[in-house]
Design a protein around this ligand. Structure first.
Ligand SMILES: [Zn+2]
Length: 318
């Protein structure tokens, strides 16, 4: 079996794509650029001659209704989760994400276009080990009958269940063992979805302005409005896994554990990230370069504090 831990990785060269924002409906251009080891994923928003960097970290999370958004000093970036899922899914640890607007383009509503963009740029191994958060004891968040828990596991795994009173969904459960090839094959292409009634309400409130059948599966009472149908019969639960992978990126280190989610969503996903960071006696940071692999909870707190507080390098090109 392949070892779970590995070196840090970035992309091989800068690469660009354009699209529209799902919520703003505005055109936006996105450029991914290689970044040095220990950078993490850093968004850089360029506007009116100014550049603001926002690290993909839970401390920059902006609470929103419909997507995962980041905010620093009044500058925000919406709908980061599908791009983050593609970066994490393809094991890109260090990258700058430049945007000329306030929202990541929605593309086709999945992470597939971003995964192909990363493939086109190439994946480069760096001269530094990637730390992982290895879960030792369960950490759980719940809201009524909705819950997410992360439990110890030898390899990273996600089991997700959803339940909707709709003939095409009902209850769907999917188990995903994390690997780059499984991500591309099973998860990346699953699109976001909404119910016709809710979608109409959103559009009437001026939200989801970029939403269309080009980037959202829209469910009527009996079926799917999109002419081309579904990409997978259980595309809905696969997309929820995609969202969870993207939201967990805000931990800033990959996890080794089993994530089990039932009827969850962005709010609970991000709550779990906060709880993991609070409960440092329930996991250890392994494979960090600073010190040998250790099972001392104290050291994970130490190394995490280091990760969290290290000033982010600002690339000279900006
Ligand atoms: Zn989504």
């Amino acid at each position: 079996m392949e070892p779970v831990v590995r070196q840090q990785q970035s992309i091989g060269r800068p690469i660009t794509c354009s699209g529209i924002g799902l919520h703003t409906g505005q055109p936006v251009t996105l450029t991914l650029r290689p970044a040095p080891p220990d950078t993490g994923i850093v968004f850089v928003r360029h506007e009116a001659g100014e550049s603001v960097s926002l690290s993909a970290s839970i401390r920059n999370l902006e609470p929103t209704e419909l997507c995962t958004a980041l905010s620093v000093d009044g500058t925000n970036i919406k709908t980061v989760e599908h791009l983050l899922a593609a970066l994490v899914g393809l094991e890109i640890d260090n990258v700058y994400v430049e945007l000329d607007g306030g929202e990541v383009p929605v593309m086709d509503g999945s992470a597939g276009p971003f995964a192909r963009l990363i493939r086109a740029a190439g994946i480069v191994r760096q001269d530094r080990r990637q730390p992982f958060a290895k879960i030792l004891r369960p950490i759980e968040v719940a809201d009524g009958d909705r819950r997410v828990v992360i439990e110890p596991s030898a390899t990273p795994r996600i089991t997700y269940s959803i339940e909707y009173d709709h003939p095409l969904i009902r209850r769907q459960t999917y188990r995903y063992d994390l690997s780059v090839s499984a991500f591309e094959r099973e998860i990346a292409e699953a699109r976001t979805f909404g119910f016709l009634k809710e979608v109409e309400q959103l559009w009437s409130r001026g939200l989801g302005r970029g939403g269309s059948l080009e980037n959202t599966i829209v469910l009527s009472e009996r079926g799917v409005l999109n002419e081309s149908g579904l990409r997978f019969q259980d595309e809905f639960v696969r997309h929820k896994i995609l969202d969870l992978i993207g939201d967990l990126a805000l931990l800033r280190v990959p996890f080794i554990g089993h994530l089990i989610a039932d009827r969850s969503g962005h709010a609970l996903h991000t709550k779990l990230v906060e709880k993991i960071l609070d409960q440092t006696d329930r996991w250890v940071l392994i494979n960090a370069d600073e010190r040998p692999v250790t099972a001392q909870p104290q050291s994970s707190r130490h190394v995490y504090a280091h990760l969290r507080n290290t000033p982010l390098p600002v690339p000279s090109a900006f």
